[in-house]
Design a protein around this ligand. Structure first.
Ligand SMILES: Cc1cc2nc3c(=O)[nH]c(=O)nc-3n(C[C@H](O)[C@H](O)[C@H](O)COP(=O)(O)OP(=O)(O)OC[C@H]3O[C@@H](n4cnc5c(N)ncnc54)[C@H](O)[C@@H]3O)c2cc1C
Length: 497
């Protein structure tokens, strides 16, 4: 699978290094060129989307129409009402925006992507399929299958529209730590951290379509099926809301909150010090490159905060994608480095003072009020503070039967409740905490072996633990009260508004 040569592309088009050819199509001289289809998966936005830019660019070059297709899987890594509601509400806005401003039709399919997308390509006689990039194995399998199912004449391009420096350009191998990938990424920023071209409507229009999407019933359906983990109210979905969180005049991260990022971001009592962009970045409702470009413009005002933010947004995030891309076992003990696997295995049978079941952990029924608070923050608020995520996962290692079980439980809970779950950052976050991925060995101790340890006393030294526990108690109380009021006076139609 080759990435296109690294020669500079023409102005206004996508850098060739950002594109990989997954399948080269062969068209007979008598075969006409068909339309371009962009199968959107991870980058669910109209603005600042390299995959969409490439699809339109290719369509215009061949003078053919272009459409966007989205596939809603029947089940995707256990996503519930919280995540699916957020995603579908964002897509509903996207459909209006892409059809009205660019006159590009948006098609939505339900079920198996490899079947739906292959059928759609056949029906519309497409010659080129463009997809965005995700390192998750479920999506890679789907793309492998698609390559086999589509006709010989179809070409498939994959565009890394999620990372600032495309993952396969940043590094050709599994990187060991932030320090080993940082220099590689930074060296390429002058080439890749560039402005986006303005996307013009395609030259050739798609013929009339008779597809209408009943968003209300689709959303009602996912809310009903995934009701166990309800939607959250504080985080408005969609591209416009994402830009507001980044740059809004009322409470935007870069406009109002950035200055304390480097000093306060590890204080769980000050969640507003964080950008709160992860839900939007996860669903691709905002581009990390847009966030980085805007942050860089104000570096002279808050140099430390901007540097710290870019380190998380670019280096740490791309390191997570690098891990999931090059390590097939990105969510199991098999994916840990040799030293970590050995130390965890050596200590797997160490006596545990306390063992909690998955159910007890899920219900926040441990002896530790700090851990319980973080679990409740995730279950009810839908986003655990970044610092607490480390403590939370490490305690699961301490309180379960062994590292395999600890990893499985942490990923299960993270993916089920976090609004930004099922993300490479989540798999790597759990792997870092429990299996020492991207970390080093520390002084050996029971259960953890050489994996970095965190404890309650350490948290107490860093922030006001009682204050955090009280804050979460208030927060959860308010969420429960609001939910009870809503449930009482709810009319079924309101569910979708
Ligand atoms: C056990 C554990 C589980 C995690 N689960 C997830 C998850 O499911 N989804 C998720 O997006 N992140 C996860 N993280 C990483 C990190 O905690 C979150 O990205 C961050 O808290 C999101 O909040 P924010 O956008 O306000 O953060 P900010 O500090 O404002 O960061 C801005 C962006 O930088 C990136 N970033 C920040 N910290 C990290 C990090 N440590 N690794 C990689 N990228 C980072 C994220 O894209 C984030 O949105 C996890 C970390 C741990 C230790």
């Amino acid at each position: 699978m080759a990435s296109l040569s690294s020669r500079q592309s023409t102005p206004n088009s996508v850098q060739l290094g950002r594109i990989r050819v997954l399948k080269e199509g062969f068209r007979g001289s008598d075969q006409a060129v068909g339309p371009v289809v962009y199968w959107m998966f991870r980058d669910q936005r109209v603005r600042d989307n390299w995959a969409l830019i490439h699809a339109v660019d290719q369509a215009n070059k061949a003078n053919v129409p272009v459409a966007v297709a989205f596939n809603l899987f029947d089940q995707f890594l256990g996503a519930k009402a919280r995540q699916l509601g957020f995603m579908l509400r964002g897509l509903r806005q996207l459909q209006i925006s892409i059809e009205e401003t660019l006159q590009i039709p948006f098609f939505l399919f339900q079920g198996e992507a490899e079947e739906n997308i292959a059928n759609f390509l056949r029906e519309c006689g497409a010659s080129l399929l463009v997809t965005d990039f995700s390192p998750l194995r479920q999506i890679r399998r789907c793309k492998d299958e698609l390559c086999k199912r589509v006709s010989d004449s179809v070409t498939i391009h994959e565009v890394d529209a999620h990372n600032v420096v495309p993952i396969w350009v940043a590094s050709e191998k599994l990187e060991h730590a932030a320090r080993t990938i940082r220099g590689k990424i930074n060296k390429l920023l002058s080439e890749y951290l560039t402005d986006f071209p303005t996307l013009q409507p395609p030259l050739r229009k798609w013929g009339a379509t008779n597809q209408t999407i009943d968003w209300d019933s689709l959303i009602a359906d996912v809310l009903r099926k995934g009701a166990e983990v309800p939607e959250i109210k504080w985080c408005e979905p969609g591209e416009a809301a994402a830009m507001e969180v980044l740059m809004g005049s009322k409470d935007g991260f870069l406009t109002k909150r950035l200055k304390n990022y480097s000093t306060d971001r590890n204080n769980p009592l000050k969640p507003r010090a964080l950008s709160c962009l992860s839900p939007y970045l996860h669903f691709g409702q905002i581009s990390a490159q847009r966030c980085a470009l805007e942050a860089r413009k104000i570096r002279n005002v808050h140099p430390q905060a901007v540097d710290a933010f870019l380190e998380e947004l670019i280096v740490r995030r791309e390191l997570a994608d690098n891990f999931c891309f090059y390590q097939l076992h990105y969510d199991s003990l098999k994916g840990a480095w040799e030293w970590a696997r050995k130390t965890l295995t050596d200590h797997a049978s160490d006596k545990r003072e306390l063992i909690y079941s998955k159910e007890q952990l899920e219900k926040a029924q441990t002896h530790d009020p700090l851990w319980n608070a973080s679990q409740l923050e995730m279950v009810h608020f839908g986003k655990m503070h970044g610092f607490m995520r480390m403590y939370w996962a490490k305690k699961i290692l301490e309180w379960t039967k062994g590292p395999d079980e600890a990893l499985a439980i942490s990923i299960y809970l993270n993916d089920k409740y976090e609004i930004d779950g099922r993300d490479p950052n989540g798999y790597v976050g759990c792997m870092w905490s429990i299996c020492g991925v991207h970390d080093q060995g520390w002084q050996e101790r029971l259960i953890f072996g050489k994996i970095r340890y965190m404890n309650y006393a350490g948290c107490k030294r860093k922030f006001d633990v009682e204050g955090y526990v009280a804050y979460i108690k208030r927060l959860v109380g308010e969420i429960k009260k609001r939910k009870a009021v809503n449930d009482l006076g709810r009319n079924p139609k309101e569910i979708c508004s």
